[in-house]
Design a protein around this ligand. Sequence first.
Ligand SMILES: Cc1cc2nc3c(=O)[nH]c(=O)nc-3n(C[C@H](O)[C@H](O)[C@H](O)COP(=O)(O)OP(=O)(O)OC[C@H]3O[C@@H](n4cnc5c(N)ncnc54)[C@H](O)[C@@H]3O)c2cc1C
Length: 524
Amino acid sequence: MASGESELAETEATESDYVVVGAGSAGCVIAARLSEDRGAGATSVLLLEAGPRETKADLSTPFAWPSLFGTDVDHGYASVPQPGLGGIAPRCPRGRTLGGSSAINAMVFLRGHRADYDAWAAAGCTGWGFDDLLPYFRRMESVPGGGRAGAELRGDSGPLRPSPAADADVNPLSRTFVAAAAAVGHPLTDDFNGARQEGAGLHDLTVADGIRQSAADAYLHPVAARRPHLTVSTDSRAHRLLFDGDRCTGVEFTRDGRTVRAYARAEVIVSAGAVDSPRLLLLSGIGPADELRRAGVAVRHDLPGVGRGLQDHPLCGLVYEADRPVPAGRVNLSEASLAWRSDASLPGPDMQVMFIHVPYHPPTMTAPENGFTLGVATVPRARGSVRLADADPGTPPLIDPGYLTDESDVRRMLHGLEVAREVAAAEPFAEWGAREVLPGPGVTDEAGLRAFLAAATGPYFHLAGSCAMGTGAAAVVTPDLRVRGVPGLRVADASVMPSIVSVNTNAAALAIGEKAADLIRDAA
Ligand SMILES: Cc1cc2nc3c(=O)[nH]c(=O)nc-3n(C[C@H](O)[C@H](O)[C@H](O)COP(=O)(O)OP(=O)(O)OC[C@H]3O[C@@H](n4cnc5c(N)ncnc54)[C@H](O)[C@@H]3O)c2cc1C
């Protein structure tokens, strides 16, 4: 616990106005916003975090993020074997410290395209279109003067300070990538989070003064010491929800080997992320009744959508060797993107290349160290699931993102490889003597490329959609994020996305947290 943050009393039960489960991207925003002094008396908030407080310097060092996999700040999950990836079971890192996945992520900060959110509104999630969310995207950030996009589109007084890599720090290969994309006809954007949300350009990073800004860095640490009514309890893993009749009244969690009950006078908000939010609901008997019975969990409320609908972008890297030394990364290893539409009739982009100025490939493959990667991703149609193996809260969940199980996803990824190869072959890369090594120039036929996709595709770490918001029978939460049929309980994090956004998901998760805070305060 950071100095000044108030300690949870050493009792077996505690009570506050709100209990928030999970101090990740959304949970930090919600706890910080709910505990703001709004002149009507202090609102008390207990924020529970399964992991420890930030334990290692690498959390702050932007280029060190891959070294955090499998450490004590990662839940260390793996997916179930993926049929679309030849049966391998890729790792599934999830942040496990203050800031959650925003504390271990790659720091790319993209809102996505307005069409991503307009699709949510069109699917019945009134109030979640892009124009509805724009005030929340603005409220989360400080971009001096609104930057190149202007103050109507960018905020200038929020807690997060996103910006592209500083001119002096940008890896020259990132600029080569942007120039190469332009050379083959892609439009340029000078701010993906501004008016032009597609094309090629340098993307924003959640890095300020050379240091990672997690959601905890931006929202929690600056205020926690000053707010005695905000209690942040680390090493506190919730393992079931508590009820009085139908109403959710609290959370039972373990800390230091003890079992503690945290009661909420107003509401419980589950923000444990796209794996652990559905998992906590399922462990509490809220989910598909047949599946719960099979796992040995007593059914409290049959809600078929819980854990269904999981999505992640598949990511497949084309790796190149350079004949000139590639300068070491100074920031986060990925400073530029390309977003485009696989079909011109689509309302927004469904394809992304994330440029990575180091070789990036699954552990099953090898490549020379002096190189770079064009990471191809698509918005998947495939939907997977989060399920329980049994009723024991300590048993790892069964996570199935369903990578490449939809033929249309495979076809779009093939298209993405073609586009990425065209960019890498453009004249600006010639000065690096770039030579494709994965899969290699000899692999050109469809069968070979399909085999490469199956072997080289892995997670983009953007799990979403496993407690989807909506109005139909498959929805877990309503558009005001209340769990359907369970008073006193909301879910607010990446799991509520009705469909995954077209880019990296942190900004969307933060916006969900910002809007959730207003929905909760408005209902109080
Ligand atoms: C390795 C990696 C790289 C990524 N790179 C990027 C990127 O560059 N850009 C981007 O936009 N997105 C990226 N993402 C995705 C992005 O970070 C996430 O989408 C976002 O942080 C999700 O926010 P969330 O609030 O839904 O969940 P999380 O931030 O994961 O928060 C959930 C929190 O709940 C806690 N928790 C879980 N279970 C319990 C429990 N039972 N009791 C108490 N606490 C619990 C967890 O420990 C965690 O702190 C990356 C993710 C990873 C893992």
